[in-house]
Design a protein around this ligand. Structure first.
Ligand code: SAM
Ligand code: SF4
Length: 470
């Protein structure tokens, strides 16, 4: 049994990262068994779930739609805020009920960021003995061994590394989409924003080698994929741990040269975003003009307390550079309200940046203290009531600008990658514009997988309606 240790997780252990190939000699031990995976959190978790499913299927497991029918249920968890925790622990109660009543042989496993938290694992050991296995983020590639050990020994398996593991290439992946694929380019994060648990749960910054990334994109293109999204907690730091002078701008240029039709990348950190990166995005038609650029706060005092390493002025300068150089670009952001010490004046500074940038959209959060992060030790000065009030005021303004940005598209013709049947209306299909706006499209299902022209016929706060134009 290996349980996590948050103090150790903060240390940066390895000077060099080992690059290893995935292997499993377990054969088809899951043959005849069914699995169900539930994912919480960000795109990185979504992509990790594709790997979890890929590994399970390589061992003979098949997926099922209802967890009641499963032999193995895996929760791929998120630790970013307290409510993510609450959701998982709430759901464990449902799984216990299934084990107690209809399916006593069900195996329940926890992967993802919560698995890396010492307090969570200790709680599982003490109170959730019916959880059969816990597998951390650094050793996800060992998942099959962990499940197999549980089956063979019938003992609870807890395998979590508190130091960053290797970069494992060629883990089997079962991709959700046949047209749009996630491609990891960098794991972990070394920024240590004071509110954030990611550097503890995902370990040090580790870039994948450029050759592996470019090869993966070429292979995806060959298999008919139209779009790749390059993934990392801070993609702009790509290469810093590996190369002297090869960076995200160079990688974007090389990925663009593969000829794949659409390239996206998330998430960007303003501090690592260079002019060279803006220029390459501006100069290539297949790099999408959409940037998610978390602001977090518009107050210099709070940005400093957050250890974000940029000022309001730096952010606005970068924002202006992106908007002026990248044609038809749109920018979205993340904002936290109620950070310890945030005054009304600090909050007004955030509103000021929002009003200046008129973001296309924003994910807004109330500060949630996370175990062992520096901000969790700061005195909380903003009451829940004030946090909610600020969140509400912020959301009103964010939604107003998001609506305005969408309205500008009315009657315009935009290019959409059609990704599937519309969730709102199954007689329609849906897709994403170059600026990452969701469009419900009047059009035939044969369009799925194509990049087509769509005329925008109506706009809402969070989506658009449109009609396919031949
Ligand atoms: N790596 C990205 C970045 O640098 O912005 C995203 C990290 S996190 C998955 C997504 C967002 O969650 C952050 O941008 C931040 O706004 C929010 N977040 C992170 N920790 C938080 C906390 N303790 N309380 C509230 N929001 C938080
Ligand atoms: Fe967390 Fe900051 Fe790293 Fe983003 S850059 S993952 S917010 S520590």
């Amino acid at each position: 049994m290996k349980i996590p240790n948050m103090i150790d997780a903060k240390k940066r252990h390895q000077e060099t990262i080992n690059y290893v190939e995935y292997e499993s000699s377990l054969g088809k031990f899951g043959k005849g068994k069914k699995y169900y995976v539930r994912t919480y959190g960000c795109q990185m978790n979504e992509h990790d779930s594709e790997k979890i499913k890929g590994m399970l299927e390589s061992a003979g497991f098949v997926s099922c739609d209802e967890m009641e029918d499963a032999d193995v249920v895996i929760l791929n968890t998120c630790a970013i805020r307290e409510n993510a925790h609450d959701k998982v622990f709430g759901f464990l109660g449902v799984l216990k009920h299934i084990k107690d009543t209809t399916n006593p042989n069900l195996l329940v496993g926890i992967c993802g960021c919560m698995a890396q938290e010492e307090v969570v694992v200790k709680e599982i050991l003490n109170k959730y003995k019916y959880v059969d296995f816990v597998c951390g983020t650094h050793n996800l590639h060992n998942l099959l061994t962990i499940i197999n050990n549980k089956i063979e020994t019938n003992k609870q398996q807890i395998e979590v590394l508190s130091y960053e593991g290797d970069v494992t290439e060629n883990v089997p992946v079962l991709r959700e989409s046949k047209y749009s694929a996630w491609v990891d380019i960098i794991y972990g994060c070394d920024k240590f924003c004071t509110y954030c648990i990611v550097p503890y749960t995902r370990g040090t910054q580790r870039s994948r080698k450029k050759e592996s990334i470019i090869e993966e994109v070429k292979e995806l293109k060959k298999n008919g994929y139209k779009e790749v999204t390059l993934l990392g907690q801070n993609v702009n730091a790509y290469g810093k741990d590996l190369y002297d002078d090869y960076n995200l701008a160079n990688l974007l240029s090389d990925v663009s040269d593969t000829g794949i039709e659409r390239i996206r990348f998330v998430t960007s950190h303003p501090w690592d975003f260079t002019d060279e990166m803006v220029d390459i995005i501006a100069s290539r038609d297949n790099i999408m003009p959409y940037i998610h650029l978390p602001l977090q706060s518009g107050s210099n005092r709070i940005l400093k307390l957050m250890n974000r390493r940029y000022t309001k002025e730096d952010y606005l300068k970068l924002y202006d550079s992106i908007r002026s150089k990248v044609k038809n670009s749109s920018v979205t952001t993340d904002i936290i309200v109620g950070f310890p010490g945030e005054t009304e004046e600090d909050f007004e500074d955030t509103l000021d940046v929002v009003k200046k940038c008129k973001f296309d959209g924003a994910f807004t959060f109330a500060f949630s203290p996370r175990e062992n992060t520096p901000a969790a030790l700061m005195k909380e000065t903003v009451s829940e009531e004030v946090k909610m009030d600020r969140l509400h005021r912020l959301n009103e303004i964010v939604n107003k600008y998001s609506n305005e940005a969408n309205k500008k598209l009315l009657n315009k013709t935009v290019k959409c990658l059609v990704t599937g049947v519309s969730e709102k209306d199954d007689s329609k299909v849906c897709g994403y514009t170059e600026n990452m706006k969701l469009v419900n499209i009047e059009g035939d299902k044969s369009l799925i997988g194509e990049i087509v022209d769509v005329k925008i016929t109506d706009t809402k706060s969070f989506s658009l309606d449109g009609k396919y134009i031949k």
